[in-house]
Design a protein around this ligand. Sequence first.
Ligand code: ADP
Ligand code: MG
Length: 347
Amino acid sequence: RDFERDGPEETNINVVVRCRGRNDREVRENSGVVLTTDGVRGNSIDLLMGPSALSNKTYHFDKVFSPAADQAMIYDDVVTPILDEMIAGFNCTIFAYGQTGTGKTYTMSGDMDDTLGMLSDAAGIIPRALYALFNKLEIDDAESSVKCSFIELYNEELRDLISADETSKLKIYEDAGKKGHAATFVQGMEEAHIKSAVEGVKLLQNGSHKRQVAATKCNDLSSRSHTVFTVTAYVKRTGENGEDYISAGKLNLVDLAGSENIQRSGAENKRAAEAGLINKSLLTLGRVINALVDKSSHIPYRESKLTRLLQDSLGGRTKTCIIATVSPAKSNLEETISTLDYAFRAK
Ligand code: ADP
Ligand code: MG
C-alpha cells in the first residue's frame, strides 16, 4: 500500500445526520414533529419551518438516518469503511456533534453492557469498533498489538479517564518532524495495551463511570466537556521489497460537548466570550474543518486543545466522519437548524 499516494491535499470528510425519535418529555409537552427524512437511511432532511410547505428547508448530507435506523445500521454504514482504513495504517476520527440530549453518547457508546461476552443491540460505535477490530486482526492472522487511551477535555484542560491518578493534568506537546505534518503527544496520558475487545469495553465503561461521578458534582461538565477514546492498532506487514515494517493506524472516537455551547450571532458572541460561555475547542473544531474543506493554506489547529490533540488525524491522508445528532421536536427547532448548518458547512 502506497502511503504517500493521495498526497496531503486530499480532504476526506463525511457528514451524516442521525435523528432520534421524540423523547417522553417532547411527547408529553406535545411538541410537534418538524423534521422528516427520505427513508430510514436516505440523504435528505426536510425541516418544517412554518405553516406551509413553501417555508420548508431541505438539507442534503452524505447520509441521513431516521429514528428507525438502529445502532447496527449506523455502524455498518459509517464505521466499517473507516475501520478498514485504520487497520491499513491511517488515522481516522469520528465525531458526534449535536445539542445535549440528542443522542451523541448513545451513538458513540450506547449500551456497553457485554456481560454475556457479546454486544447488545443498543451497543454504540466504540464497543462495536473494538469487537470488529479484534475479529479482523484475528482473521488476518497478522502480528499486531492494540492500545487505547481515553481522555476528557473540559475548559481547555485534559483529564485522563483511564489513569488511577485523578488529579493529574495532562499536557500537550508538539512532536515535530513527521513529514511536515506535526503531531502532538500528551505527556502523562495512560495508553493501555488491550488483548481483547472486552478489555477495551471495560476501559470505556470505567472511564465513563468516572466521568458521570464527576458530572454529578459539576453541573455543566457533561454538556460542556468532550471525550476522546482513541484506539491505535499496530500491525506487522511485509513490504514489496520483502522487508517487515509496522503500520500504525489510529481511530479517534469523539463525543463532543453539546452544540448549544457555541454562540452564533456577533453581539451575543462577544458577550458570551467574555463570560467564558463559548466552548473554545468546539468553535475551533468548526474553523479547522471549514479550513480543511476550503483547502485553506492556514489550518488553525493550534487555537484549541481538541484540535491540537487531533492534529495528526485531521487533514492529510486521514478519514473523518461527523455524525450530527438532532431531535425531531418543534421545541428544539432552533438548535436543530444550528446543528444542521454547522454540519452542512463541513461538507
Ligand atoms: P447526548 O449525549 O447528546 O446528550 P444521549 O446520548 O445521552 O444524548 O441521549 C439522551 C437520551 O436519549 C438517552 O437516554 C438515550 O438513551 C436516548 N437516545 C438518544 N438517541 C437515541 C436513539 N437513536 N434511540 C433510542 N434512544 C436514544
Ligand atoms: Mg452525552
